[in-house]
Design a protein around this ligand. Structure first.
Ligand code: GDG
Length: 742
């Protein structure tokens, strides 16, 4: 363990590539955008980048490499060939990559790959754990390391962890296909901030977390135990200035002239991708072919330069793709070429960056049309390189970049006919329109560049950590528990308001299943047996049920949010000013929804109606509740009623009835020197708000509340009450505890 706050970047690959030249180890630094953006972080002070150096090394070489890399703030995780096969080639590239890009039929579910994935994730986690301390920030990158956040969290619970996924996060319907979906989600949820490129990825992740792990969220915050995990969109970008100055460089300009000569000063269409089925290479060729068929007048006047960077072409799926691509290129060239013209110049290799920049600069039209892509940086590099603002971008709506670059011509890559017509449109776009669109996109890309991306992510991580720490001070820990127990001990006249469902007992899918158990009855008996105590149960339930369950105890009860109440030993009383004439009408609306929503139920109380949907299919219940709310809005407002959203229930009742108003009856009648209120539901907020200064208010579950403190579960509530009852019996003991607590 090292002390002092550091930032640790973690990714599958280090930003250097190890090569061997004449048996000697050589290092080639990555020029990629991510390495540039993160350079401002990992090169500082004691910061570190942890990753695989990308070569199979002997033990003797490993020591030397570790030493060499440490000078550059890099730390290698060495992998064996078997680990690379199972974790990287296998689980990462044959399972996660195809599935997350919506190619479920290409996806392999191989337990051996999964084993390897877990093992290597553990290796990465161990490397982090060895060098990180609890003050540090760990930023983990991409789908190869989805289990690492949780592994690190378990070892160093306080550490700040960010995770960013560079590829899409698929819809729940696709994600659920993986046998190990739950483990993957739990792995990610070890992070404090989980970042994706787009809002769609964010909502897919949250929906998968809701359905698969049963966790709840409020907007983009998911509650995991007592921690809040923020899921957000951070669209990645490029080093805009670098691409701009590259485009103006003399070397680039020379290459640009050569390119123009190569294509006889025709209109130039470019396409640049790695060989991958997600990139839409075949459909793009189809669209170009159709364009040439439908626009014979443009044959001989347009050329396409297609650059495909080699990738995994020994793997069958990629080999097939390459063969199909080659077949189509020859078919198009064979069919349309003339003696002086060839429709496609095809390159299956990598270009040096100056040539790449020249391609961007010279192009009239860029085709960036993947079937699915997390972001796609080629589209942004093309825009940055257009110093004269000439040129048109045709962009697939399936690329994350399409969410930001709305001035591009957006296409669906599967609609080949429309795509081919958009090529024609792009080639004929007036110059002023090209400039207008390009200028708008340049503003976007220059403002939101890679440095801005890094800053946004890091700022969010800092903000979330600070929020968590602020929350922590409101989480009831040992010292707060002791303080409560002591002030309870000193209280001579105490009042304790306790909500029932979700506070004293956990939620039950059956409305009438939440019967109080023996330990609870015993606890309430003890609490109310003390002559200094007044215990008030504050519930939204009907008074008959509460009477049956708790009526025999020496407690006061508020039922139906205050429409009914009962002092211990007296009869139930209801508020005289209430009427129930509205119920029939509201009931019939609720019933229409209950009839078409399996699992929904209406609970009828004297002065309120509740529509319960805890047993309804996840998601459908919320949808129906929203519809029902919208439908009843005007009915409710006209009749002096109020619509309350509780936990999986919506309730309609008189606007003048609420737990706070009911609780006031007790507070106004007598003076108390110890006041406590505990509740879990939005309706308990009314109680918290009327409590006098100095009252101990506690919210159970979610952390958005007017209450002063938080507890997570009803078991914790019971434990706290027990501790109060068993609080010190002598003043000396109390003093001793008070001293310890402060
Ligand atoms: C993942 C996600 C997401 C291409 N050909 C040559 C060359 N390139 C460079 C481009 C660009 C990069 O490769 C490809 O950009 P991607 O956006 O596809 O990035 P990846 O890292 O492959 O993919 C993707 C990205 O992560 C970032 O989060 O956008 O969706 O799949 O920079 O310029 N570079 C050189 N010669 C070439 O021939 N020098």
């Amino acid at each position: 363990m090292t002390s002092g706050k550091r930032v640790l970047i973690v990714s599958n690959r280090l930003p250097v590539k190890i090569t061997r030249k004449d048996g000697e180890i050589a290092y080639q630094t990555s020029e990629g955008g991510l390495a540039t953006g993160l350079g401002s972080i990992y090169k500082q002070g004691n910061n570190l980048w942890i990753g695989w150096p990308g070569a199979d090394l002997t033990d003797a070489e490993k020591a030397g490499v570790t030493q060499d890399l440490s000078v550059q703030n890099l730390f290698p995780v060495f992998l064996t060939q078997q680990e690379i096969n199972d974790y990287y080639e296998g689980f990462s590239n044959e399972t996660l990559w195809p599935l997350f890009h919506y190619f479920p039929t290409y996806t392999e579910y191989n337990p051996q790959y999964w084993e390897g994935y877990q093992k290597v994730n553990r290796k990465f986690a161990d490397a982090i754990i060895k060098s990180a301390s609890k003050e540090d920030v760990v930023w983990i990158h991409d789908y190869q390391l989805m289990l690492v956040p949780q592994m690190v969290r378990e070892a160093i619970p306080e550490v700040s962890i960010g995770f960013f996924q560079h590829i899409p996060f698929p819809s729940y319907e696709v994600f659920r296909l993986i046998p190990w979906r739950k483990e993957l989600l739990n792995g990610l949820l070890g992070a404090d901030v989980i970042g994706f490129h787009t809002y769609d990825d964010v909502r897919h992740f949250i929906s998968a977390a809701n359905r698969i792990t049963g966790l709840n969220n409020v907007a983009n915050e998911v509650g995991v135990d007592s921690r809040t995990v923020v899921v957000d969109a951070f669209p990645i970008s490029i080093d805009y200035k670098k691409y701009r100055s590259l485009a103006e460089d003399a070397n680039t300009r020379r290459n640009e002239r050569k390119l123009r000569q190569l294509i006889n000063h025709n209109k130039l269409i470019i396409s640049i991708d790695r060989l991958d089925y997600s990139k839409g290479i075949i459909d793009r060729l189809r669209a170009y072919q159709l364009f040439l068929e439908n626009h014979p007048e443009l044959r001989g006047k347009v050329s396409m330069i297609q650059l495909v960077v080699p990738s995994r072409d020994n793997v069958p799926k990629y080999k097939e793709l390459k063969e199909e691509m080659n077949r189509m290129v020859s078919e198009i060239n064979g069919r349309f070429s003339t003696l002086g013209w060839q429709p496609i110049q095809h390159f299956y290799r990598s270009f040096p960056i100056h040539l790449l920049s020249a391609l961007y600069k010279a192009a009239d039209v860029a085709l960036v049309t993947p079937m699915r892509d997390g972001m796609n940086l080629v589209s942004k590099e093309f825009i940055a390189s257009k110093t004269d603002q000439h040129g048109v971008l045709i962009l697939s709506e399936m690329a994350g970049a399409s969410r930001e670059l709305s001035e591009a011509i957006i296409i669906n890559p599967n609609d080949v006919w429309d795509f081919s017509e958009k090529i024609f449109l792009a080639l004929n776009m007036p110059e002023d329109e090209q400039r207008r669109r390009m200028s708008a996109m340049q503003q976007t890309v220059s403002r939101f560049d890679i440095f801005n991306w890094v800053k946004n992510f890091m700022d969010k991580l800092t903000e979330v950590k600070a929020q968590q720490q602020a929350m922590l001070t409101r989480n009831i820990n040992t010292s707060i528990r002791q303080k409560i127990a002591i002030s309870y001990y000193y209280g001579m006249k105490r009042i304790i308001f306790l909500d029932y469902d979700g506070t004293l007992v956990p939620f039950n899918k059956n409305l009438l299943g939440a019967v109080p158990d023996e330990p609870l009855l015993d606890l309430l008996k003890k609490l109310s047996a003390d002559p200094h105590n007044k215990v008030v149960i504050t519930s939204g339930r009907d008074y008959q049920t509460l009477d049956k369950w708790l009526g025999h105890l020496p407690v006061d009860i508020i039922a139906e949010h205050g429409a009914w109440y009962k002092d211990h030993g007296k009869f139930w009383r209801s508020r005289r000013d209430l009427n129930d004439a509205w119920k029939q009408e509201i009931y019939s609306v609720m019933n229409q929804y209950a009839r078409r929503t399996p699992g929904a139920a209406i609970e009828e109380k004297s002065y309120s109606l509740a529509w319960h949907y805890r047993k309804v299919e996840n998601g459908l219940g919320d949808l129906r509740a929203q519809e029902l709310t919208a439908d009843m809005k005007h009915l409710v407002a006209d009749r002096g009623l109020q619509l309350l959203q509780g936990d999986k229930v919506i309730e309609v009742k008189s606007i003048s009835v609420n737990k706070g108003r009911a609780a006031k009856r007790w507070l106004e009648k007598e003076e108390y020197d110890f006041v406590m209120a505990i509740g879990d539901d939005p309706t308990d907020e009314d109680t918290f708000k009327v409590m006098p200064e100095g009252a101990i208010t506690i919210k159970v579950g979610s952390k958005i509340s007017a209450a002063a403190y938080f507890l997570s579960t009803s078991e914790e509530v019971r434990a706290l009450l027990l501790e109060m009852i068993n609080s010190p019996h002598t003043v000396d003991e109390a003093h001793q505890l008070l001293k310890e607590a402060s």
